[in-house]
Design a protein around this ligand. Structure first.
Ligand SMILES: [Zn+2]
Length: 489
């Protein structure tokens, strides 16, 4: 038995002013056969990692293909996408004959000329391996679950958790089902229900937690092989954006249809009740100042690099400076040029600096101010679970009672080191503002006396009605009050 595995993945924010080229993949995951690390999977490479570990015991040969993955940003360069895709397809062809293929994809990748990258990859892969080879795909729930890709794959499985803590477990499920299908022990039969909605669904909140647990409990019983909840990725202008439910049964289409419809209707009934409450910038600052205790941690999800945002929006910071909120600190602002200027000015220098507000209209205007260079540090890092995330050269600047952390490697606020690297102890500040949607909670949740979520005017608005979509299918909630959900596969 012969299986092939490869990865091509990123989460594309088509509204982001930051194009994604080969360089972005080379900075993140750019692994050719023989280069895959053995300690842990990298972004989206769990299917290959799991297959390698199980190949001997499960009695198959694994042919390892290339794995390419980039951090979330704008649309991928067309020639660069085709180069990576064609490398993987050539490896696939060279690996024939194959019984199975495992793709670790993200599911929200867009390249110039390709709104459905995953559908394109699967179409070309299917043409190479033929109809009898079993194709399995693992996706992030923040994906576009298009009809094309669902039809072309035999088995599609999404992570169930947000934050995504079950990437390896779902890859295990995928491999198990692919092997059973190859051995003709099961006949995967898929139904896809389109809920016609855009939303955010952290599984750490009670309603979504119960929904996911219920769906997971259906698996492995009554012929149900897998249940996946597609959250959607809101920041992409692609025709098939939206929340979808995917159910796979063992050769029972009626059962798959019935279950996908039932779960889909329950998902629709949860509209508007699955995300935390967001305040305006002004209300958020007022609430933080009124709170008797510290630190208050305030999140700015609209400028989260993890969703493809530039992370240089200045709106909240401008208000902190205008109100001179003593004991406040904000991070990160991505601005390599300003950092260069701070290093040139030197530690302790007071000088006029223009920073932030550079990348696009949703970054707001830059801030022009006299600043004091409070700290400078080369080659900084922050932690996220077991992972070390590079921040590059960093600077802390002070404007009155407000401190700001500037980073040169664009990423969201994940670990306390973001501040501590520069001698700032977040636990000792009154207000800590972080650019992140929810991942910050791992490190900042335990020190926060209160957490406030603000919906700033950054590019990742929580109000999806303000996103300038042109291509997405309508009607869709919350852009339209009346929608027509239903089975589409
Ligand atoms: Zn995701």
């Amino acid at each position: 038995m012969r299986l092939f595995s490869a990865t091509i993945a990123t989460e594309t924010n088509t509204f982001s002013p930051l194009p994604t080229s080969l360089a972005a993949y080379q900075e993140s995951v750019f692994l050719r056969p023989g280069e895959h690390p053995t300690d842990a999977p990298r972004m989206c490479t769990a299917p290959l990692f799991v297959a390698r570990r199980r190949a001997a015991a499960d009695g198959f040969t694994l042919i390892e293909g290339s794995c390419f993955a980039a951090s979330p940003a704008g649309t991928t360069n067309r020639a660069d996408y085709e180069f990576m895709r064609d490398e993987i397809l050539a490896q696939l062809e060279a690996a024939l004959p194959l019984d199975g293929v495992l793709f670790g994809l993200h599911g929200a990748m867009v390249a110039h000329g390709y709104d459905d990258v995953e559908g394109d990859v699967l179409e070309r892969a299917r043409a190479i391996v033929g109809p009898n080879c079993v194709i399995g795909v693992e996706l992030d729930p923040h994906c576009h679950l298009t009809v094309k890709r669902v039809r072309l794959a035999d088995i599609t499985i999404l992570y169930k958790e947000f934050p995504h803590t079950d990437v390896v477990e779902r890859a295990e499920d995928l491999l198990t089902l692919v092997l059973r299908a190859i051995r003709k022990q099961i006949t995967p039969t898929t139904s896809l229900y389109d809920c016609r909605q855009i939303g955010s669904y952290p599984t750490t909140l009670p309603l979504m937690r119960a929904f996911v647990d219920k769906a997971a409990a259906m698996e492995g019983k009554d012929g149900v092989l897998s249940v996946s909840i597609g959250h959607c990725f809101p920041y992409a202008d692609v025709p098939e954006l939206g929340g979808r439910i995917l159910v796979i049964t063992d050769n029972d289409k009626r059962q798959a249809d019935r279950l996908a419809t039932e779960i889909g209707r329950e998902f629709i009934a949860m509209r508007g009740r699955t995300a935390p409450e967001y305040q305006t910038t002004e209300d958020g600052i007022n609430a933080a100042l009124a709170f008797n205790g510290s630190p208050v941690v305030m999140a700015d999800p609209a400028d989260n690099a993890g969703g493809g945002a530039p992370t240089d929006n200045t709106t909240i910071l401008r208000r902190l400076i205008a109100r001179n909120v003593d004991g406040s600190v904000l991070g990160p602002i991505w601005d390599p040029i300003a950092i260069r200027l701070c290093f040139d000015a030197g530690l302790g220098a007071e000088f006029p600096l223009r920073f932030g507000g550079k990348t696009g209209p949703a970054s707001g205007q830059p801030i022009d101010s006299m600043v004091t260079v409070a700290a400078l540090q080369r080659d900084c890092w922050q932690s996220f679970g077991p992972t070390q995330v590079p921040l590059g050269d960093c600077a802390a600047i002070r404007i009155g009672g407000v401190e700001v952390v500037l980073i040169s490697n664009r990423t969201q606020a994940l670990g306390l080191e973001l501040f501590q690297n520069l001698g700032i102890e977040p636990a000792e500040r009154k207000l800590v503002v972080v650019k992140s949607t929810n991942h910050f909670m791992a490190a900042f949740g335990p020190i926060a006396q209160k957490v406030i979520y603000v919906d700033s005017d950054g590019p990742l608005s929580r109000d999806y009605r303000t996103i300038p979509y042109a291509k997405i299918g309508r009607p869709i909630w919350p852009l339209d009050a009346q929608t027509a959900p239903g089975l589409i596969v």
